[in-house]
Design a protein around this ligand. Structure first.
Ligand SMILES: *[C@@H]1O[C@H](CO)[C@@H](O)[C@H](O)[C@H]1NC(C)=O
Length: 241
């Protein structure tokens, strides 16, 4: 009797892990600084580069800071419902397009609708399909935009502004901590030997009942070309011409 119960419990657990909803813990809102992407030789951008932060994405991540891998029916069935296919999301986005263009444009040419639409589909494919909204792309995008409106200018009111002279990483991180009460993740690239701030990422608690809104420290504080509080990081000013 006991043994049967145990077997049933184990089977239930296994099937939950395979087909049940993903057990991620937080959402990471990635805000990108276009000038730092656009001065990298590998990226071609139109001359008019935005010098405002824009949304890169809202990414479900596990408690240790690893990003949830993309939905895959064979290897990563992160949800019980069938996620909306990336090619089908735009039809549901009509009332959001204006806001998406403003807050969530691609950085190569923010006025190019094809590039924007591809960017949104890509965001959905990589991170939306395993979020809490696999069958509700409108909610996923709307909630991300709502969150971003509040944080889109993460250094506003701090002493961190774009400038030629690099910052010590800790000063950037501390400025966010002082302003918002939590540590961000800072992501960098490297161009011609200079480490540049490319993204400020804010972490939010997952709440299965409500859209994410409660900030928490990001589990991993630096990404890509920056890795430590003592790094020197350029917050590059807007490029001229
Ligand atoms: C938009 O970008 C695509 C892909 O790079 C390109 O083929 C197309 O010509 C661009 N459209 C405009 C209006 O610049």
């Amino acid at each position: 009797m006991h043994r049967h119960f145990l077997v049933a419990a184990v089977l239930a657990t296994v099937s939950w892990l395979v087909a049940g909803e993903s057990n991620f813990a937080t959402y990471k809102l990635s805000l990108r600084w276009p000038p730092a992407h656009c001065d990298a030789p590998s990226f071609e951008c139109k001359p008019h580069v935005l010098d405002t932060f824009t949304i890169h994405g809202l990414w479900p991540q596990f408690a240790d800071g690893k990003v949830v891998p993309p939905y895959d029916p064979e290897t990563n069935r992160c949800t019980d419902v069938t996620p909306v296919n990336p090619d089908q999301i735009l039809g549901q986005m009509t009332h959001l397009i204006e806001a998406l263009r403003k807050y969530w444009p691609n950085y190569r040419d923010y006025q190019n609708e094809t590039l924007n639409e591809n960017f949104w589909k890509h965001a959905w494919k990589l991170h939306g399909m395993c979020s809490d909204y696999p069958d509700k792309p409108f909610s996923y995008f709307r909630n991300t935009v709502s969150l971003s409106v509040k944080y889109i200018d993460p250094f506003k009111g701090t002493r961190i502004t774009p400038r030629i002279v690099p910052y010590i990483a800790k000063d950037i991180s501390d400025a966010i901590k002082e302003k918002l009460g939590v540590y961000p993740q800072i992501a960098c690239n490297e161009v011609g030997g200079t480490v540049q701030l490319t993204e400020v990422r804010l972490c939010f608690k997952r709440d299965r009942e409500n859209s994410p809104s409660i900030l928490q420290d990001c589990p991993i504080r630096y990404a890509y070309k920056c890795s430590d509080d003592t790094d020197e990081i350029s917050f590059v000013p807007h490029l001229i011409g």
